[in-house]
Design a protein around this ligand. Structure first.
Ligand code: DX5
Ligand code: ZN
Length: 225
């Protein structure tokens, strides 16, 4: 079976202690570090840019998955690659040319992914499935951590999973927003295999135990092979 992967979102960590937080994430058994980049334009919040990613990269040996919630990602791909990103996700709703941006990401040696906001339908990603390693289905309106999981995104996850399987592709489905003990199972049941989680992990009494529980729940419910 596909390995279920847990990706803590550092949006919910203590920014003043990022080095320690990254070490904690790794020690607790996480698989990927999810870095939320927001420009105050594509979404109504500002987080961090490539210089910060470059500084914190050395504190973790886990893959860095950079989620770009910015209007013109093509202008910043090289910066994030040079800062140490392993995979870069762009939004279909951004202003950059999607094909060109995905090609640039891959040319520079990173894995490329596309993401869709809640209002963007599943079929919009179908044309990119053979060009990406991962599709990110937002399960909240992007911009902030700590929001409630939108269960009505599950038919979208399912439709994308079915299309991936129908075409025999090896593409992961990531879900992001409101993932916790009560919501991870339904996401896995519909086809998600990478789970971003901010608040539920950073606010847990025991992050290691929480990650273990998340993996067990996802494995139990995953619909795929
Ligand atoms: C939202 C971000 C998410 C968010 C997840 O725009 O993309 O990564 O931080 O945080 P929780 O798990 O708290 O919803
Ligand atoms: Zn994110």
């Amino acid at each position: 079976m596909k390995k279920m992967l847990i990706a803590p979102s550092i949006l919910s960590c203590d920014y003043g202690k990022m080095a320690e937080e990254l070490e904690r994430i790794e020690k607790c058994g996480a698989d990927i570090v999810h870095v939320d980049v927001m420009d105050g334009h594509f979404v109504p919040n500002i987080t961090l840019g490539a210089p910060v990613v470059k500084c914190i990269r050395k504190y973790s040996s886990l893959p860095f998955d950079v989620h770009l919630m910015i209007s013109d990602p093509i202008d910043y791909i090289e910066d994030f690659v040079n800062a140490g990103a392993d995979s870069i996700t762009i939004h279909l709703e951004c202003n950059s040319d999607i094909d060109k941006t995905l090609s640039l990401i891959k040319e520079k040696g990173c894995k490329a992914a596309v993401s869709v906001k809640p209002k963007t339908p599943a079929n919009e990603v179908f044309g990119y499935l053979d060009k990406v390693s991962m599709v990110l289905v937002m399960t909240v309106e992007p911009g902030f951590g700590g929001q409630s999981f939108m269960e009505d995104m599950m038919p979208k996850v399912k439709a994308i999973k079915e299309e991936i399987d129908r075409r025999g592709l090896d593409v992961s489905i990531q879900v992001d927003g409101g993932i916790g003990e009560k919501t991870i199972s339904v996401a896995a049941e519909n086809g998600a295999d990478i789970f971003v989680s901010g608040n539920a992990l950073f606010r847990a009494d025991d992050m290691a135990l929480q990650i273990k529980k998340f993996k067990a729940l996802a494995e139990k419910s995953y619909c795929g092979k």
